[in-house]
Write a protein that binds this ligand. Sequence first.
Ligand code: PXP
Length: 242
Amino acid sequence: MNLRLGVNIDHVATLRQARGGHEPEPVAAALLAQSAGAQGITVHLRSDRRHIQDRDLRVLKEVLAIPLNVECAATPEALEAIVPFRPSWVTLVPESREELTTQGGLDAIFLQGMLRPVIRELRSADIRVSLFVDPVLDQVKMAAKLEADAVELNTGTYSDLPMDSDATLELGRIRDAARLGSRLGLRLLAGHGLNLQNVGPIAAISEIEELNIGHSLIGRAVLVGLERSVEEMLAAMAEARP
Ligand code: PXP
């Protein structure tokens, strides 16, 4: 199975919102990432609209040839804003106003009663649903029980490990969660904190079909350009894939 790269362009919208104008245009960034070989575009429509706006969803959906994945909290307001645009995927994430970025995975076990109707509504609108969960077997089992299409395994703990530390344990958790998810019929994605230095061992897990990467790609794009940044990441992923 080929490993796909989903590029998260939220940071481009953050820069735009810093001045409240039109530059830089996140849609242009999405098109550049697409032409550099990215196989998906991800945006997080946060309830405070701090970066991506509803208008971005509409335009992205119109112009992209690759799948659009929209991250959001599992709330009626988020669904109302997103469902009309029919993105290919919705990824349900935990969201709090104070956080700088998504902190930890969804507790699908605790939230099962709330998640079930949300997943059903999205799927009946022909939108595939992914749950962003920590690499914990019971969370993956619950995602399958709730009939999600996929789980995105949170690689945040792995990514936060100091450079010279032993990642065996954390990689083992991610690998075990990926194997279980695949056995249960879920599609497997992973992401959070991945960069050119740490992507290899995650890309090597054969059950994982897509990585969602934002911060490091856009951070490097500021220095070398977005197309080169995406191409370098695709090369690092391809090199690591068995
Ligand atoms: N996956 C999810 C669910 C996220 O919320 C984020 C951050 O927006 C990412 C992946 C990408 O993480 P990063 O920006 O650290 O690459």
